[in-house]
Ligand binder design. Sequence first.
Ligand code: ZN
Ligand code: FE
Length: 253
Amino acid sequence: MKVEIIPCLKDNYSYAVIDTKNNKTCIVDPSESGPIINFLEKNNLKLNYILNTHHHYDHVGGNIELKKKYGAKVVGFKKDFKRIPEIDIHLTDGEIWKEDNFEAKIIHIPGHTLGHICFHFYNDDNLFTGDTLFSLGCGKIFEGTYEQMFSSLEKIKKLPPQTKVYCGHEYTLQNSKFCIKYDKENKDLLKKIEDINKKLKNNKPTIPSTIEDEIKSNIFLRSDNESIKINLNIGGSSSLVAFSKLRDLKDNF
Ligand code: ZN
Ligand code: FE
């Protein structure tokens, strides 16, 4: 399986998961149809499946047109069937979605929206996190509670460290500025920022990251760290309290 990054809209990433042997393709979160069609045509590919992490327009915007053009099946979370345009395959938490040679575990990760899921292609260590986990950040809490978002991120943290993280937006540089503000002494973070700047300077995406990198450098996965709590003036409080404070500060950053 090969993963290709397809930039869409202003700062969105859609992804193509390609089974090169059998010439089958999934698109994760098509923000719009144009760049996806260009990519498929340039690479001589047909589209078989559209996978949606959540219902926001910048993740499902291409569903209708792509389904019409290619007859692709739309795959998404069962409880969001009314909000995901043209959904065909209804998934539930913990289920394994298996079709052709594609195989992914569905993990329900509410917080950004109540029906947000991620797709874990465990055979290839690829994880599509939509707007829940970003590189060096996490999504805004629009529909869920702080607690839901916190425990969704805890679920993601438990995946194998080598797992590659493909998220919905190129927000990494801006996210890094927030991380460094409250986590100055983190050497892994400093190294990650160097790496990000190098990639951006060469017009490359900062994606994929890895679970290991995120656990070491993403402040939203480090709310159990005592020196971060002290920097937030809430030393001794719980990880959930620290996480919630970080989320609030980030909303106004
Ligand atoms: Zn979203
Ligand atoms: Fe988004």
